[in-house]
Design a protein around this ligand. Sequence first.
Ligand code: ARG
Length: 461
Amino acid sequence: AAGKLWGGRFTGGQDPIMTQYNESIYFDRVFYSQDIRGSIAYARANKNNKLLTEHEFSEIERGFKQILQEWQDNTFKIQPGVDEDIHTANERRLGEIIGKDIAGKLHTGRSRNDQVATDMRLWLRDQLDTLEGYLVDFLKVIAARAEKDIEHVMPGYTHLQRAQPIRWSHWMLMYGSFFASDLQRLRELKARVNKSPLGCGALAGNPFNIDREAIAKELGFDGLIMNSMAGVSDRDFVVETLQWGSTLMMHFSRWAEDLIIYSSGEFAFVKLADAYSTGSSLMPQKKNPDSLELIRGKAGRAFGHMTGLMMSVKGIPSTYNKDLQESVEPLLDHVKTVGDSTQIATGVLSTLAIQPDAMLRSLTPDMLATDLADYLVRKGVPFRETHHISGQCVALAEKENTPMDKLSFEQLQGIDARFEKDVLGVFDYQKSVEMRSAKGGTSKSAVMEQIEAVKKALAGQ
Ligand code: ARG
């Protein structure tokens, strides 16, 4: 331990298992470029404070440029047992390149506590930009397909029982609404991630009056985490990312579940492209929706990381404690899960073949029982009464073992004399969906308006 960055006060060695247990280099190495950017910005601020000479600063910058190149070329050699984390590794290497006398000045007033928080925020900020791009692509496919497939009518369900006819696009735009909110939440989250904790020191702040604003500006942060203790102990930006992504995955999971059901032989509303399906090793006829099942399964994994991290954070006393290192791996995994899932979802949806005939075949006249009740409402009968009358028609059709639309006009009149000849016009699915033209409904004009709303959400309006 005497050879470690922090080894001054240590005389005994470290248990080798402890060394491994403690080290994070094998996952936090992904932050190598952020760590270097942060260090250069920090050194520049110290140069401006006259803690570093021009020459010392340019040496530090030169050293880091070489280290960056080494990481990029995959020639950086991690020293097992020595390079505890990315910060230690980069600083060790800097000393080798420019000499320890100058490299040893870099960390003045800084702590790995503000350093790691900075690295993570810089990294996450860029990742969230990428995830936003994926989500925007997915929403564009939703909007485009909703428009293209607007003619097709299918059963809408409650309790997974046939309820009322809807446009296929209306189903699609329900998810459009969910995912548009996810996009909005992501944009709000990004603003909270993109704040600078650099210059907070270990916890109490910087004693050399470092210009934190200048550092933040150089790093492209939009302001500071002001309180230095908050700066080093805050992992809310990670928790919130996991919460956001979990909500997104929850929506993807429901969406996937719908499509898994709709792709079953019993429904056959949709056919998944081969590109997103797999076969069975035993049953030659099988084509399974594995892509959708993985999305549904990975939602569970996302929620696990979210609750796991909240559990880890909830009992931590202020300020930095090593528990916080446990926020890194879930974050890395989460960002990959969400990014992969969104891209797969986009692929599935853009290649999905819909089977409008099967959708039509699944519509049954009793799904128009509400429309039959509404017909009498338009003749001035109170809805509670019409509901009952329509229910009697459903019962009669069931008793006669005939589809409801095949009941004769006389049979309908036998139930209620207020039925007139035009009642037979009720049994028309297209008419039924077109009736629902109030905002948010399933008529064509109402669906078109929803498509516009999704497009507006994409533009951040
Ligand atoms: N690898 C550490 C982390 O990810 C860096 C911070 C170490 N700070 C400390 N005081 N031990 O949290």
